[in-house]
Design a protein around this ligand. Structure first.
Ligand code: UFG
Length: 328
């Protein structure tokens, strides 16, 4: 049995779908503050899924999960807040949830003898890039509380390994994109802040705002490494296999090694939609580095993971999902 925290959210739900399709038994623990019950209902159609509503900030909620499910072998931990801008305005919310909540999870795991965890970390732990593409040796100097909260958890996990033998794999995501190939689940944030859904959702009344066209990049807009969410889910399965095979605590960048500018993404969205998308050029958004691209060689070599889906495919699936979501 695999416990997935935050399994009703965007990335977590895609891993749960992949696990269920492999015939694995899954427990999802989610507060539903940001995740959606509709996503759980959809996932339940594809395999043996048990859903438990609870909040990691309540130690008893998560202890209860382990107490009544003695067959949990490993944990994949997605549950977290992830908006950089919000974390700057309200660091308390981020440290309390992302750090304290994770401590409760880790302590409950130790109490019940569960010693394998795959953790959603982020490129935001690297901060402003010193070189590109970014490999795992790049200094980790976050520039916002969100990145700090994830880096703190990485450090806690190192110490918990040394002292208690808790093995972790930390997956540092770059920009996650796309949706389920059959549009059953997808990205569903309220409010939405991410590039691709915002471009796809734009209308004459709600134009797409392009933040900054004066960066030192190929066309003046920020360059990001867009990794397809189904490829990303597969990396989590590889990480679980790695831990099950006795792998040591480790960390991997998950990206494609290719960058795309905001203007390029916008052009692909127009192509996929087959229409002009209303665009407004705006000033830079605070805290956006010019370029973030992953060196993914370590994940390729050690996890035997290779992303296969293109950015066009991610945008096509995101568009199919947007259409399905607007019908709900
Ligand atoms: N952008 C726009 N308009 C929008 C939304 C985004 O122009 O409406 C631009 C941003 O300014 C940025 C790019 O599109 O240049 C990508 O922005 P996203 O908000 O989609 O993604 P970020 O790169 O800011 O953030 C993502 C994750 C974070 C994580 C970070 C780490 O959402 O959780 O990657 O690299 F911390």
């Amino acid at each position: 049995m695999i416990l997935v925290t935050g399994g009703a959210g965007y990335i977590g739900s895609h891993l749960v779908m992949a696990l269920l399709e492999q015939g694995k038994d899954v427990i999802v623990f989610d507060s539903l503050e940001l995740g959606h019950m509709e996503t759980i209902e959809t996932l339940k159609k594809y395999g043996n899924l048990k859903f438990i509503k609870g909040n990691l900030k309540n130690l008893d909620d998560i202890r209860g999960v382990f107490m009544s499910n003695k067959n949990i072998e490993s944990v994949v931990h997605f549950a977290a807040y992830s908006q950089v801008g919000e974390s700057v305005k309200n660091p308390q919310k981020y440290y309390y949830n992302n750090v304290y909540g994770t401590l409760n999870l880790l302590n409950a795991m130790l109490e019940f003898g569960v010693k394998k965890i795959v953790f959603s970390s982020t490129a935001a732990t690297y901060g402003e890039p010193v070189y590109t593409p970014i490999d795992e040796k790049h200094p980790q100097r976050p520039i916002n509380p969100y990145g700090n909260s994830k880096l703190m958890v990485e450090k806690i996990m190192d110490d918990y390994d040394k002292a208690y033998g808790l093995k972790s794999v930390r997956l540092r995501y770059f920009n996650v994109a796309g949706a389920d190939s059959e549009a059953r689940i997808g990205e569903w944030h309220e409010p939405e802040t991410h590039l691709i859904p915002n471009v796809l959702k734009a209308t004459a009344d709600k134009t797409f705002k392009m933040f900054g066209t004066d960066y030192d990049t190929v066309d003046g807009t920020c360059v990001r490494d867009y990794i397809n969410v189904e490829d990303l889910a597969k990396a989590h399965i590889k990480a679980l296999e790695y831990l099950n095979n006795g792998g040591e605590t480790n960390y991997f960048n998950l990206g494609t090694k290719n960058g795309n500018s905001v203007k390029e993404v916008f052009a692909v969205c127009e192509k996929v939609k087959g229409q002009k998308i209303p665009l407004e050029i705006c000033p830079r958004r605070e805290g956006d580095p010019a370029t973030l691209v992953a060196d993914n060689s370590k994940a390729k070599n050690l996890l035997n993971w290779t992303p296969i889906n293109s950015i066009e495919y991610s945008i096509q699936t995101a568009y199919q999902w947007e259409k399905a979501l607007s019908k709900e």
